[in-house]
Design a protein around this ligand. Structure first.
Ligand SMILES: N[C@@H](CCC(=O)NCCCC(=O)O)C(=O)O
Length: 241
């Protein structure tokens, strides 16, 4: 049977779609993530917000996307007027992170996704910093003997859009990339179990980000390597009689 493309689940989030006479409550994700997964050779599917854990058995890898701020109470942080929190999304995605870790499903966390990975395993965040909120981006430096070093080399230019950052990564994550001002820009799983999981503080899914193909390429390759139970036996469609 022709090998199938690894199925990559992109965790959707809720948002409102204003229409002339009604506001529709939707769940979904920016198309840039879908396009980048497909470009890297994966089969992208969007996992509905709040139901991602139920659908984990269908995927070979997961993408946690960007978005609002992690609720500071989760990591002992202070509230801040600039924060836009969604505790319900935090709850659901922390459950998903832990389920993916237990099942060894490769995971990429982007921006808020990285921050939630840290908080989900006991790390903490800086509540607010002004420096990194510009899409023009900045350079990052990777750590020796890290996956990000293998993928990106010593330095790379990345696209950035965040006002929070990692304060302490916790015991389960190794910091493997930093900006020149020492802000954490990349983490890799270093916990007790083997799990292919990386977080990046920048936005590799954005078309003008130069790291996208390599970062999403890593995830799709990790998904293909994963020898878990096959997700979908892509048998030939039933012949219509
Ligand atoms: N809120 C956090 C995370 C920032 C983040 O994920 N930005 C992406 C914005 C685009 C989107 O909503 O997908 C921070 O600011 O540090």
């Amino acid at each position: 049977m022709r090998p199938r493309r690894p199925v990559v689940g992109i965790v959707g989030h809720r948002y409102a779609v204003p229409r002339p006479h009604v506001t529709i409550q939707a769940t979904g994700t920016p198309e840039t993530y879908v396009d980048e997964v497909a470009r890297a050779g994966g089969l992208p599917i969007v996992l509905p917000a709040g139901r991602a854990v139920e659908t984990l058995g269908l995927v070979d890898a997961v993408v946690l996307t960007g978005g609002g701020d992690v609720e500071p109470g989760r990591y002992g942080g202070e509230t801040h007027t600039a924060l836009d929190v969604d505790p319900r999304r935090d709850d659901e995605e922390v459950l998903l992170i832990r389920a993916a870790a237990v099942r060894g499903i490769p995971l990429l966390g982007v921006c808020r996704g990285l921050q939630l990975l840290v908080v989900a395993f006991g790390g903490t965040l800086v509540g607010h910093l002004d420096a990194h909120r510009n899409l023009a981006g900045h350079a990052v430096r990777t750590e020796p003997t890290s996956t990000l070093r293998e993928l990106l080399g010593v330095r790379a230019h990345v696209t950035s859009l965040h006002h929070q950052a990692v304060a302490h990564p916790g015991d389960s994550w190794r910091v493997t990339a930093r900006a020149d001002d020492a802000v954490v820009e990349g983490i890799e799983w270093s916990g007790p179990t083997s799990w292919s999981a990386i977080g990046v503080q920048w936005h590799p899914e954005l078309p003008h980000d130069e790291t996208g193909d390599r970062i999403f390429g890593w995830l799709v390759e990790a998904a293909a390597q994963r020898d878990g139970e096959p997700a979908l036996a892509m048998s030939a469609p039933a012949q219509s009689s």
